[in-house]
Design a protein around this ligand. Structure first.
Ligand SMILES: O=C(O)CCC(=O)C(=O)O
Length: 174
């Protein structure tokens, strides 16, 4: 799935120029586009910049407690194409109401055609990857170093963060 590349300026500032105002308009347009495409309203945006193929991201899952586990994570790639690796977690986390994924018991000794074999996606400019639940509970992902990649890549991940209970510390400040 391809989305158009746009420069985003999420907050209008008091000194916003006509250009940055146009960026804000485009941001809300692409926000609506994302909602139309996914059916989700995201409330958090994380930007990663890979200056070239020497910049990489290690194996991890995006399963932090503040993230809504019932929401997908939408990931927009801009710029240089990069490999995006996926592999099953060594111990999958329980997904409420779901049996373990098919083929998981054989994941450790998996073969290329096993449903849980590690695999690679090539993420190119304008690609929108939707990681649906429970992928974060069962899979890890990484963007490995690729020294032949000389171009820059930006990656924007849209997430749903749950409202946090007020901490004792912030209560004390009041
Ligand atoms: O750059 C990417 O495509 C992946 C980014 C990522 O894994 C993350 O932000 O957690």
């Amino acid at each position: 799935m391809k989305l158009g590349a746009e420069s985003h300026s999420p907050e209008p500032s008091a000194s916003a120029s006509p250009n940055s105002l146009r960026s804000v308009d485009r941001f809300s347009t692409s926000d609506k586009l994302l909602e139309a495409l996914t059916g989700w309203r995201f409330n958090s945006l994380l930007l990663n910049r890979y200056r070239d193929g020497r910049d990489a991201m290690g194996w991890h899952a995006d399963d932090e407690p503040e993230l809504d586990p019932s929401a997908p994570i939408a990931s927009l790639s801009l710029g240089a194409s990069r490999d995006f690796r996926l592999r099953p977690r060594s111990s999958p986390r329980r997904a409420p109401g779901l049996p373990p994924p098919e083929g998981y018991s054989t994941a450790r000794g998996s073969t290329a055609d096993s449903p849980c074999a590690p695999f690679n996606l090539k993420l190119a400019h304008g690609d929108l990857l939707l990681m649906e639940p429970p992928s974060q509970l069962w899979w890890q992902h990484a963007v490995p170093r690729r020294l032949r990649v000389t171009g820059q890549r930006l990656n924007l991940t849209f997430r749903v963060v749950r409202p946090q209970p007020r901490s004792k510390a912030s209560n004390r400040e009041k």
